[in-house]
Design a protein around this ligand. Structure first.
Ligand SMILES: CC(=O)N[C@H]1[C@@H](OP(=O)(O)OP(=O)(O)OC[C@H]2O[C@@H](n3ccc(=O)[nH]c3=O)[C@H](O)[C@@H]2O)O[C@H](CO)[C@H](O)[C@@H]1O
Ligand SMILES: [Mn+2]
Length: 347
């Protein structure tokens, strides 16, 4: 009995020793590999990427840029409001120094994605859009274009600069143009979780019928950005074309709302764009189940989202210009609508 008891105790010690050994080595391995593999502060050193990154190691970069000291005692004189009551900047030409911003964003090595939908006849817009984006969009940064189309062969090959890529994604073409424009939310959301979450840091989503005519750089980047629709700039909120039927998910009462945002351009960090597109798609489905479609489709749902999830940066109408409307608003016309004949292009 004794020797039997004694041998059990001995085995126990072996088990305890081996378990301790395994635990020690697991912890040591995790400490040296596991945590480093997804430590946002060491991703450059380890050569790996995390899905959630914060900043790179600043000490591994050195740069010197010379610019006027910000003057706390003489605030810049501006023609327009440049800060919202929730402290988000409103971006106009002349409100920022792109050299400073470029240095900061280069230091982080940001990757920027641009989504474009070209379904049915809208593929005719892609060539000009990408060619002009190569000239003006995020010059000097890493850019990936994602073109969603029902006809891959119709997307032209456009020569791209170094550090830039273009991916064509096949999607179904819905019959109604309203469904094509609204389903962008679902498709962007799904593609973020499938791929983009690991591929880009920021995502910008743009209509196809647009072209770049001046610089659009990292000054637009923030957690969540929207563009003030040029047609409603400075107008009273009652005149905004929000959805006013209170049985729609996009409903905004007349005494609410900050700005009227355009549906043709929005973006932010890839996680925030996921949240936005997920919300818009879900409320669209809820409305569809009740047989209601918001007045301006995805644009109405986007405006509802921005009411309760305020953009952290607002872009002036310089970023979605249309030749009708008050010309004095824009010192620069950076992205403009390409005129189109609705009857021909949407039939
Ligand atoms: C400037 C502006 O506020 N734009 C919005 C506006 O009108 P727009 O008149 O500018 O809408 P649009 O005809 O450009 O359609 C929106 C986008 O959907 C895609 N598309 C649409 C139809 C089609 O057959 N194939 C195709 O690919 C394409 O990327 C297009 O740019 O209202 C739309 C919904 O009513 C969307 O909210 C747009 O973002
Ligand atoms: Mn458009």
């Amino acid at each position: 009995m004794l020797s039997r008891k004694g041998s059990i105790t001995g085995r126990k010690w072996i088990v305890i020793f081996v378990s301790g050994f395994i635990l020690f080595f697991s912890l040591t391995w995790f400490w040296s590999h596991g945590s480093t593999a997804c430590n946002p502060f060491t991703e450059h050193a380890s050569g790996t990427r995390c899905s959630k990154k914060i900043v790179s190691d600043v000490s591994s970069y050195s740069y010197r840029i010379v610019y006027d000291q910000p003057n706390l005692l003489s605030p810049p004189k501006t023609s327009f409001t440049t800060l919202t009551p929730w402290l988000a900047p409103i971006i106009f030409e002349g409100t920022y120094n792109l050299n400073i911003l470029n240095a900061l964003f280069h230091q982080r090595g940001v990757r920027i994605g641009l989504t474009v939908f070209a379904v049915r006849k809208y593929n005719i817009f892609v060539k000009t859009l990408i060619e002009t984006a190569e000239q003006f969009f995020m010059a000097g940064h890493k850019v990936s274009y994602y073109v969603f189309t029902d006809d891959i062969d119709a997307i032209p090959k456009v020569p791209l600069k170094e550090g830039r890529s273009l991916l064509i994604i096949k999607i179904p073409g819905y019959k109604r143009w309203q469904d094509i424009t609204m389903r962008r939310m679902q498709l962007i959301r799904d593609y973020i979780s499938q791929r983009l979450i690991n591929e880009v840091d920021y995502l910008a989503c743009l209509d196809a019928d647009m072209k770049f005519t001046d610089d659009v750089g990292v000054e637009i980047l923030s957690d969540l950005f929207g563009v003030i629709h040029h047609g409603y700039f400075g107008k009273p909120r009652e005149e905004f074309t929000y959805e006013r039927r209170n049985n729609s998910e996009a409903y905004i009462p007349v005494d609410e709302g900050d700005f009227y945002y355009t549906g043709c351009f929005f973006g932010g960090s890839v996680v925030e764009v996921y949240r936005l597109t997920n919300f818009c798609h879900n409320v669209m489905l809820a409305d569809k189940a009740r047989n209601i479609e918001a007045l301006w489709h995805d644009e109405s749902y986007l405006n509802k989202y921005f009411l309760h999830h305020k953009p952290t940066k607002l872009l002036s109408p310089e970023y979605a210009w249309n030749d009708y409307g008050p010309g004095h608003l824009a010192k620069k016309r950076r992205i403009v609508h390409v005129p189109k004949d609705y009857n021909v292009i949407r039939d």
